[in-house]
Design a protein around this ligand. Structure first.
Ligand SMILES: [Zn+2]
Length: 160
């Protein structure tokens, strides 16, 4: 059994070499299995360092998984938007704010939408009639276009 000093906790002969290990990584319910991993694991502190080629395969699999999950969320956003009969522009104005092409970047899976937006879209998917309420309640939520009304003194005293 080959051992070496742990670079993390310093335990002499703490790290033991392993081979043929399989690991499953998962993001948002999607999984990738990575087989034949080899590397070093510390028996004292649990630190793991994969051998170079395996580390590359491992991070490639993670990257691939993150991209796949962003695409999955993007497809979901597009499906719900179309179900609600909204254009990308309308969706940005009504729900997400931000740049005019923000929503198309979400749908293409380039960036992950904020969690609150995903939640909102899923709520509207389940209860589409709430879109009418969303339009009403969204009025005045965007403070860039707010207006204010000055009340004259006597108005604030009158009760009707
Ligand atoms: Zn250690």
């Amino acid at each position: 059994m080959s051992t070496q000093q742990c670079f993390s906790c310093g335990a002499a002969d703490g790290m033991v070499h392993f081979e043929g290990r399989g690991e499953t990584v998962s993001v948002k319910g999607m999984e990738r299995r990575i087989d034949n991993l080899s590397g070093w694991e510390c028996q004292k502190c649990g630190e793991v360092e994969l051998d170079e080629m395996c580390g590359q395969r491992y991070s490639d699999a993670c990257d691939e998984l993150v991209i796949a999950s962003r695409k999955m969320v993007g497809n979901e956003m597009r499906r719900i938007r179309r179900k609600l009969h909204l254009t990308q522009k309308e969706t940005v104005q009504l729900l997400s704010g931000g740049g005019h092409n923000a929503f198309s970047r979400y749908e293409r899976g380039e960036i992950l939408p904020p969690k609150a937006l995903i939640l909102l879209m899923r709520l509207l998917d389940r209860y589409p009639y709430l879109l009418t309420d969303a339009k009403t309640l969204g009025e005045g939520a965007d403070l860039r276009g707010f207006e204010h009304i000055v009340h004259k003194e006597h108005e604030s005293l009158s009760v009707s």
